[in-house]
Structures are given as C-alpha cells and as structure tokens.
Design a protein around this ligand. Structure first.
Ligand SMILES: Nc1ncnc2c1ncn2[C@@H]1O[C@H](COP(=O)(O)OP(=O)(O)OP(=O)(O)O)[C@@H](O)[C@H]1O
Ligand SMILES: [Mg+2]
Length: 273
C-alpha cells in the first residue's frame, strides 16, 4: 500500500464521513465498523468482491437502509437518513445500477421523473432548456432530448441517469457500476463524464469491478472485504496489492501469473508493478 503521507491532500474539504458504520440483516453482518471519507472534487472508487457490502453501503447513504450503528457526517454535521428523500434533500444523489429510467419516455421526462409536482417542476420549455443545460455541463452527446430512452445507447442512458442525478445540485453523487454494461468507447465517455462531475467540485463514489476503469478515474480506491475496510489504495498501486486486499489472499491467480512472468522474463520490464 502506498504511504498516504507521500500524497497530496485531496482537493476539497470533506463532504462525507462515515465512522464505524455497521449494518446487520438479522444474523448477517453486511457492514462492520466501516469508515469512509469523501472530499469535494474527489472520486473514491469502492471496490470489493461479491457480497463485500458495497451496495449496502450505497443504500445506507441513499437512505434506503438505516445503519445499525455508527455515524454519518455530511457537510460538517451528523445526519440521520430516514429515507431516500432525506438523502436527496441533503444533496446525496444515487445512480443505481439499473438506472431506473422509463424506456418509453423521452430524455426530458426522465430527467424530471417524479418531480412533476415537486419543487423542481417547470413548464415543458423550461424543462427542456434545463435538460440541455445539464447535458451541456457534462459535454454529453445526446442527439435529441425528445427521443425516447429506448432509442438511446447504453452510454447515453448512463449519461441521462447522471444528468438526472445532477438536477437537484447535489454535493455527492454515487454511481453503482456505471460502466458494467458498456463497450470501450462508451466506457471512455462515461469515465470522462465522471471526471467532469468531479471537476464541478462534487464528491463522487463509484462502485466498480473493473480495475482499469477504477485506475482511470479514481483519486482513491477504498477496498471492502466481508463488510469491513480492507485498505486504501491509489491508482498507481499494483494489481497484486489490490487483488490481495479484495480477495484477502496474497497467493492468488494474479500474483502467481505475475511471478511467473517475472521468472520467465526478468528483464522484460513488463508486469504491473
Ligand atoms: N436486504 C438484505 N437482507 C439480507 N441480507 C442482505 C441484504 N442486502 C444485502 N445482504 C447481504 O449483505 C452482504 C453484502 O451484500 P451487498 O449487496 O452489499 O454486496 P456487494 O458488495 O454489493 O456485492 P456485489 O458485488 O455482488 O453487488 C451479502 O452477504 C448479502 O447477502
Ligand atoms: Mg452490489
């Protein structure tokens, strides 16, 4: 693990702080004593194996699950999230993995979904203008905001979901597997989008199983294993370090392959560390 003292401190102030957060589902401990800090203008990648507790953590922060114990500090004060509306009104936005878009509705309607009667409701023209503005801030390439979602590509859908999350001007945005279903070009576009969101000064939490994507965009990489913190890494940490933190095993297929390569080609300069 890289020594944190060698690092530049993250850009902005702390937006979110979790301390000793636990979540029990009956006898199952999904989260145990989890600590997490996210700064303004920082992308934190949350990684871990299946069942590590990533989605549970996101759901705690989205107000879907109440933590069993521990504290959540947001914007400098300790908060209790009793439902999704609490999270949204504080400025915590979530893009869930399934995106929750309506196929048959157009981009504008999707961005304003659920807001028709709420404080963000506007007339059709104003909604369309605001939609273009949100997409413009993301430099997103969407041909028309009057196209139904069904006619958009996976990357464009992800873009719409992110734009929708930005409607309420959040301070923190959480993205669950934003590139999981995307091809190479669309993945690059969504990663660019995440950088733009960071550059607007938001804190970003991104869940991903793809270490390449994580390295490309994350400022810090937080590993969860069996519901506990298992190290903080940086984009230049080696694959071996990351994989063993994720799996809990130093003797795994990746490190064995790495060693083999070094034995075979000692001077090749290849490998990952
Ligand atoms: N609503 C629930 N009721 C009971 N157990 C749950 C519930 N949600 C999650 N769990 C358990 O909590 C643990 C963590 O699950 P979680 O979905 O957070 O993992 P994850 O890191 O998101 O995994 P994946 O990469 O597969 O999405 C698992 O053991 C899971 O079975
Ligand atoms: Mg999950």
């Amino acid at each position: 693990m890289t020594d944190a003292t060698e690092r530049m401190p993250p850009a902005g102030e702390i937006v979110l702080s979790l301390r000793k957060v636990c979540k029990q589902f009956g006898a199952v401990s999904a989260l145990t004593d989890v600590d997490l800090d996210v700064h303004a203008g920082e992308v934190v990648a949350l990684v871990g194996d299946n069942g590590a507790g990533k989605s549970t953590l996101v759901k705690v922060l989205a107000g879907v699950h109440t933590p069993t114990s521990g504290t959540v500090t947001f914007g400098g004060r300790q908060v209790t999230l009793n439902g999704p509306n609490d999270a949204l009104s504080l400025g915590i936005a979530t893009v869930f993995q399934d995106l929750a878009l309506c196929e048959n509705l157009d981009v504008v309607a999707n961005i304003y979904l659920g807001e028709e009667l709420g404080p963000f409701a506007l007339d059709e023209v104003a909604m369309e203008v605001r939609t273009w503005q949100l997409l413009g801030e993301l430099s997103a390439r969407i041909p028309s905001v009057r196209e139904p979602i069904a006619s958009l590509s996976g990357g464009q859908r992800q873009t719409v979901a992110i734009a929708r999350a930005l409607l309420r001007d959040p301070k923190l945005i959480m993205l669950d597997e934003p590139t999981a279903a995307l091809g190479v070009a669309q993945t690059a576009e969504v990663l660019n989008l995440i950088e733009r969101v960071r550059d607007k000064g938001l804190g970003v939490i991104m869940i991903s199983h793809n270490m390449e994507d994580v390295r490309a965009v994350a400022d810090r990489i937080v590993v969860l294993r069996l519901g506990r913190n298992n190290g903080i890494f940086y984009p230049d940490s080696s694959n071996e370090e990351l994989v063993s933190a994720i799996t809990g095993a130093s003797d795994n297929a990746v490190s064995r392959r790495h060693e083999r390569r070094h034995v075979q080609r000692p001077n090749s300069g290849g490998g990952t560390s």
